[in-house]
Design a protein around this ligand. Structure first.
Ligand code: NAP
Length: 245
C-alpha cells in the first residue's frame, strides 16, 4: 500500500502506522505538530518502513490547507492508494457542556472538517480507479448516550457519512473502512477509568489492518464492542434514560 496517515503521532494512528511500516507499506504522515511528525517518521524508519517516510503539515482545524497537503502526499508517494484518518478531538460531556468554544472546535474538527478532508481524498482515489479510505469513528456514534452526547453526535454524523460513501461508491472501487473503537488506552482516554474490554492500540492496529486487507466495511475494535453495542442499540429509551452508560 501507499498510504497517507492523518493522526500517526499518537495512539491508534501511531500503532497502525507502525504495523503498516513493519510489513513494508509506503507511508506519508500528515499532522499539525512538525516535531512529533518528524519523530514518528524516524521511528517508522527504524522499524523498517520503506524510504522515504515523508511528513506533511496538515491541521484538521484548517480546511484551507487540505488540498495542498494531499498534493504533497501524492507527490511523496507517487500517487497514494490508501488514506487513513485517525485524528480527532475528545472532551468529556462535562468538559464540553462547560465550554461552548471547545464544543464548537470539536464538532468542527470531528465532523465538518473530517468530512471535507474525506471528500477531497475520495475524489482523488476515485479519479485513479479506486482505493481505500479508512476512517476512525467510534462506538459513541452508534447510540446516543449520556456520557458522550456531544462527542457521540460528531461521531454519529461521521459514521453516517462513511456508510453513505460506501453505498454510493463501492461499485466504483472505493473501499471505505469505518473503524469503531470502543474504549482504547491512548492519550485521548488518559485519566478516564478503563471499562471492561478496554483495548490496547497495537491490538486495534492488527484488527484494522486485517479488516483493511479483507475489504471489510466496518470493524469494531476491540471485537467484543460489536456485541456490547448490539445490545445498547436495542435498549428501549426508558432504559437509556435511567442508566449512566
Ligand atoms: N481512545 C479511545 O478510547 C477511542 C474510542 C473511540 C474512538 N476513538 C477514535 O479513534 C481515533 C484515534 O483516537 P486515539 O485514542 O488514538 O487518539 P489520540 O491518541 O488522542 O491521538 C489523536 C491524534 O489526532 C491528532 N490530531 C488531533 N487534532 C488534530 C488536528 N487539528 N489536526 C491534525 N491532527 C490532529 C493528534 O495529533 P497531535 O500529536 O498533533 O496532537 C493525534 O495524532 C479518534 O478518531 C478517536 O475519536 C478513540
Amino acid at each position: 500500500m501507499k498510504a497517507v496517515v492523518l493522526g500517526a503521532t499518537k495512539g491508534m494512528g501511531r500503532a497502525l502506522a507502525q504495523a503498516m511500516a513493519a510489513r513494508g507499506d509506503r507511508l506519508c504522515l500528515l499532522g499539525r505538530d512538525g516535531d512529533a511528525l518528524a519523530k514518528g517518521a524516524e521511528d517508522l524508519r527504524i522499524r523498517g518502513a520503506p524510504e522515504p517516510v515523508k511528513t506533511v503539515p496538515c491541521d484538521l482545524s484548517d480546511p484551507d490547507g487540505f488540498e495542498a497537503a494531499l498534493d504533497a502526499a501524492d507527490a511523496a508517494l507517487d500517487g497514494f492508494d490508501t488514506v487513513v484518518i485517525t485524528a480527532a478531538l475528545f472532551g468529556t460531556q462535562d468538559e464540553l457542556e462547560a465550554d461552548p468554544a471547545r464544543t464548537a472546535r470539536l464538532l468542527q474538527v470531528n465532523f465538518t472538517n473530517t468530512i471535507l478532508f474525506c471528500e477531497l481524498a475520495r475524489k482523488r482515489l476515485l479519479a485513479r480507479g479506486g482505493g481505500t479510505l479508512c476512517v476512525f469513528s467510534s462506538v459513541a456514534g452508534d447510540r446516543a448516550r449520556k456520557p458522550v452526547v456531544l462527542y457521540g453526535a460528531s461521531k454519529a454524523g461521521l459514521s453516517y457519512y462513511c456508510e453513505g460513501l460506501d453505498h454510493k461508491f463501492a461499485q466504483q472501487g472505493l473501499h471505505v473502512l469505518l473503524v469503531k473503537p470502543g474504549f482504547v488506552k491512548t492519550s485521548m482516554t488518559a485519566g478516564l477509568d478503563p471499562p471492561p474490554f478496554a483495548g490496547e492500540p497495537d491490538d486495534v492496529a492488527k484488527s484494522v489492518l486485517s479488516a483493511m486487507d479483507a475489504g471489510k466495511a466496518v470493524v469494531y475494535a476491540p471485537a467484543p464492542w460489536r456485541l456490547v453495542m448490539l445490545v445498547i442499540r436495542n435498549l428501549p429509551r426508558f432504559v437509556m434514560r435511567r442508566i449512566g452508560f
